[in-house]
Write a protein that binds this ligand. Structure first.
Ligand SMILES: [Zn+2]
Length: 190
């Protein structure tokens, strides 16, 4: 199981929020330890370009989990359609982390022309600011309204719904729901 990370190839903020499985049946935090965080950032495609400090101090690890929790709180608000009582604290945390390093936008002209958010300063601060800014950019953008929770009960995974038909995070969830429905129908019919 340790080899399997909850990565869907989603945008960074959603992918980061999906590292928290402390609700549901699994009760696992995939960023619980510094090593977990290093492994997650090495494997998550959306974390490309973010330099993880090595070694990763417990303080920085806790900061990343804090950014993740704040991000998940706002995404859960969207999904559940209610405002969390701690939303002001969550926003303050994101802003505090984003301010840790000076940032600017740069034009990336290698390949397809695009913009890039660049931070300068201490490696720990740059890391924290880069993670927070990516989350803020997503939470304040148009796609944040399209975030959905997987339709399998107890699955904590979120995803950006780009197609109307998508209801599950992965085929395995769709399959297990179909299978459960089949058995229910089968047993109640006899
Ligand atoms: Zn799922």
């Amino acid at each position: 199981m340790s080899d399997r990370l909850p990565l869907l190839g989603e945008t960074f903020a959603v992918e980061l929020a999906n590292s928290d499985h402390r609700t549901g049946h699994e009760e696992r935090d995939f960023l619980a330890a510094s090593d977990d965080i290093a492994a997650w950032f090495a494997r998550a495609p959306a974390a490309d370009g973010i330099v993880v400090p090595a070694p990763l101090s417990p303080e920085v690890a806790a900061a990343v989990r804090g950014i993740r929790d704040a991000t998940r709180l706002f995404l859960t608000e969207t999904v559940d359609g209610h405002r969390a009582s701690t939303r002001a604290d969550a926003a303050a945390l994101l802003h505090r982390e984003a301010r840790r390093a000076a940032g600017h936008l740069a034009l990336d002209i290698d390949g397809a022309r695009t913009w890039r958010l660049h931070h300068e300063g201490d490696v720990d601060d740059v890391f924290r600011a880069a993670v927070a800014c990516r989350c803020i950019l997503f939470l304040g953008g148009d796609d944040a309204d399209r975030v959905q929770r997987c339709a399998r009960p107890a699955c904590p995974m979120l995803f950006v719904r780009r197609h109307r038909a998508r209801r599950f995070c992965e085929d395995t969830c769709a399959h297990s729901v179909r299978q459960a429905r089949y058995y229910r129908r089968h047993t109640s019919a006899t």
